[in-house]
Design a protein around this ligand. Structure first.
Ligand code: PLP
Ligand code: COI
Length: 353
């Protein structure tokens, strides 16, 4: 794919790396291209980061035709830059696109675009361990008409944000409330797709939990409020006795790339990992009997986030003494070690630029 480049004439400088937070600062440039029904993708370009004009009738503003991805560029100790399993993000983006009647992007083109964009923004990849350049590819329907149908005009962009830790707590255990009213997604709906609407619909429960002093909610399934699905915007895993359990991908859960990597790494370490339905009652019984040893969320932004407390129907349970557990710590060390290039990557996950 031919990508035209227009460099900014007013480059910015990176703020102090310990003050980055998540997703607040943006790099100098952005990638953009457009798609038209019957014509395909066109006009791929890297341009100075700026606001974009939108027609007030644009599809995305009314009917939410939008998908996104999230991945990071990591700075290795030797100064090089690498991505983590970017092909998996591309494949998931195409599955999300198919669900939302948006166009897919050729895998090789998508990787080329990501690579060229990150090379262009190299100076924005921070150097401290735990920081990274968060990449946000996204796509939206941009027809200038109010009819409800598959968009015939679509915009794809990538923006980049140098970031530190996602949660203020960092790797410290978080307090989670089990949500038994709102649901994030349903089978047959869009849960497996990374579309903006899923997050808009999740905000109310997250806000209510925050008002009660919890960092996020643990989602239950949309039909029976019986089976555990995800935690906030992350996948979730539990160590119950000697078994590691993570909810099976039944259609309402986002297939996380961190989740997939955790499962592979844990099995490689010799743990039994089962992807299955996990009833909340089973979890509560395990907590009451002291068999829930560890619980953690996993996702690109936070990598691994230990759960120190769980609240269900106004009853509070402490998990693993409120401290990060042995498996959680091992996983964090393994994944971050590979991502930041401190450890050898036996799996072929790293994509060096
Ligand atoms: N679940 C949801 C709802 C998410 O938004 C994310 C983040 O992308 C994840 C899980 C974790 O996915 P990944 O590990 O690919 O970042
Ligand atoms: C993740 O990377 O785990 C996320 O959920 C990203 C979030 C900002 C949507």
């Amino acid at each position: 794919m031919q990508i035209s480049i227009t460099r900014t004439t007013t480059p910015k400088s990176m703020p102090a790396e310990d003050k980055l937070g998540f997703g607040r600062v943006f790099s100098d440039h952005m990638f953009i291209m457009e798609w038209e029904y019957g014509k395909g993708w066109d006009n791929a370009r890297i341009v100075p980061f700026d606001k974009i004009p939108l027609h007030p009738a644009s599809t995305v503003l009314h009917y939410g035709a939008e998908i996104f991805e999230g991945l990071k560029a990591y700075r290795r100790e030797d100064g090089g830059v690498q991505l983590f399993r970017p092909i998996e993000n591309v494949r998931r983006m195409n599955r999300s696109a198919e669900r939302m009647c948006l166009p897919t992007i050729d895998e090789a083109d998508a990787i080329q675009v990501l690579t060229e964009f990150v090379k262009m923004e190299e100076k924005w990849v921070p150097h401290s361990f735990g920081t990274s350049l968060y990449l946000r590819p996204f796509m939206f329907g941009n027809d200038e008409s109010l009819g409800v149908h598959m968009p015939h005009h679509v915009t794809f962009m990538i923006i980049a944000s140098p970031s530190g830790s996602y949660y203020a707590e960092g790797i410290n255990p978080v307090k989670i409330m089990i949500e038994d009213e709102d649901v994030r997604a349903v089978r047959g709906g869009t849960g497996y797709a990374k579309c903006g609407g899923n997050y808009a619909a999740s905000t109310r429960a997250g806000e209510r939990a925050a008002q009660k002093g919890y960092t996020q909610v643990l989602w239950l399934d949309g039909v029976e409020r019986k089976y555990i699905e995800e935690v906030g915007a992350m996948n979730v895993m539990f160590k119950i006795g000697d078994e590691i359990v993570t909810p099976a991908l039944t259609g309402s859960i986002l297939p996380g790339i961190t989740r997939m990597s955790c499962i592979e790494a844990l099995r490689d370490m010799g743990y039994t990992v089962n992807e299955r339905l996990l009833p909340v009652d089973e979890l509560v019984t395990a907590m009451e009997e002291g068999r829930l040893k560890e619980a953690w969320g996993c996702g690109t932004a936070a990598v691994v986030s230990p759960i120190g407390q769980l609240c269900y129907k106004n009853k509070e349970y402490t998990v693993g003494g409120g401290k990060i557990g042995e498996v959680t710590q091992k996983l964090y060390d393994t994944l971050t070690g590979i991502q930041w290039g401190k450890r050898e990557d036996p799996y072929g996950w790293v994509y060096a630029l």
